[in-house]
Design a binder for this molecule. Structure first.
Ligand code: UD1
Length: 337
């Protein structure tokens, strides 16, 4: 079965393409290379022995999206990763985010609604929960007012999909990721952030190789055991596997509703200092860091209740934080060598 993966050369997208091909799916990737490289195709080929189809295309161009679906008329399953994800940039340039993350979604759904049947997997985020009142976070925790246009695009995206499934033959699964980290065990693909990383783990590994002088730990006065903020760091390979399971669920008509929502996390919260400790353990290096004030917009803690993903989706994270940090570190050293 042919599956479209938008943003398939990006961090989570590329790992998902690998898992799809390992499960025998034929994959066609759409990517505009705005935050990725065509070299990623080689990594995917080295791992799986198969090169996915690739269309360099910008989903903001509606006519190109229409042409794509004419050419690949056998695509009925879509995993939609392509989106911008820098919180700060979205505050500076909200319309870029609404165009990149919302217009593109609408164009894709407009094509899919013409099919007798279609399956759609959406990259959502735990950011929709804001600072949830109760930990661990269940899927029925209230969605809170978004703190940035980026976060808002995830909420609006979920609503657009939900409204659309009500009146079309599209079935959808919304996957709310916690914090994806790590790299493929083959060391052929991993995260490739442009410029100075905003996220914790790539900043740590870049500091480890000497590209950054020191890590700033944003806040040590949170009401957490060690004072630093707590997140649920999920290995990208575990995350990728969840997408394949979600798609199979829709293809096999195992879904109980037209739209289902699942948290994808490990269920364990780790503080910034615990992540640093894990890095130091697996790399056998001391990480230089300083404590800085809290980062604006950051929440205290977020980790997933994974019962629904475990029991309904039939997926469970298997890899540990140490394994994720070790793979991220191995990848960083390769990229910089
Ligand atoms: C961020 C985004 C979130 C997005 C996710 C994945 C924000 C507010 N949230 O999540 O919407 O879905 O990335 O792209 O940006 N930290 C440091 N020093 C650093 C970097 C981070 O101490 O140099 C801390 C942060 O304060 C936070 C934790 O590390 O407590 C994780 O940060 P990060 O990796 O940026 O992820 P989130 O902020 O959780």
């Amino acid at each position: 079965m042919k599956v479209l993966v938008t943003g398939g050369l990006g961090f989570i997208g590329s790992h998902t393409v690998v898992e799809l091909q390992n499960e025998g799916f034929e994959v066609v990737i759409i990517d505009n290379l705005s935050n990725s490289s065509e070299d990623v195709l080689k990594g995917i080929t080295n791992i799986t022995g198969k090169t996915p189809l690739f269309e360099k295309l910008d989903l903001r161009e509606k006519a190109s999206v229409q042409d794509f679906f004419k050419k690949h008329s056998d695509v009925t399953g879509v995993i939609h990763f392509a989106a911008s994800k820098a919180v700060g940039e979205s505050v500076e340039n909200p319309l870029l985010y609404y165009e990149n993350n919302i217009s593109t979604l609408v164009y894709l759904l407009q094509e899919l609604q013409q099919k007798p049947e279609a399956s759609f997997i959406f990259s959502s985020s735990c950011t929709v929960y804001g600072q949830a009142e109760k930990m661990p976070i269940t899927e029925d925790a209230p969605v809170q007012a978004a703190m940035s246009p980026y976060g808002n695009t995830k909420q609006i995206g979920e609503e657009i999909i939900t409204d659309t499934t009500k009146v079309t033959n599209i079935n959808a699964i919304l996957l709310r990721y916690f914090n994806p980290v790590g790299a493929h065990s083959s060391n052929q693909i991993g995260e490739l952030p442009l410029g100075v990383p905003q996220n914790l783990v790539p900043f740590i590994t870049q500091t480890g190789v000497g590209l950054r002088k020191e890590l700033s730990v944003f806040g040590d006065d949170y009401p957490t055991p060690d004072g630093t903020a707590v997140r649920d760091y999920i290995h990208v390979v575990d995350l990728a596997k969840a997408h394949v399971i979600a798609l199979q669920r829709l293809f096999n008509k195992k879904n109980l509703q037209k739209v289902e929502t699942f948290n994808l996390g490990t269920g364990t919260g780790s503080s910034v200092l615990e992540v640093i400790n894990s890095f130091e353990k697996v790399s056998d290096k001391k990480l230089p860091y300083i404590i800085k004030p809290r980062r604006e917009g950051d929440i205290t803690e977020a980790y997933a209740n994974t019962d629904k993903a475990n029991n309904v989706l039939g997926w469970k994270a298997e890899l540990s934080l140490d394994e994720a940090m070790a793979s991220a570190w191995k990848w960083e050293q390769k990229v910089r060598s």
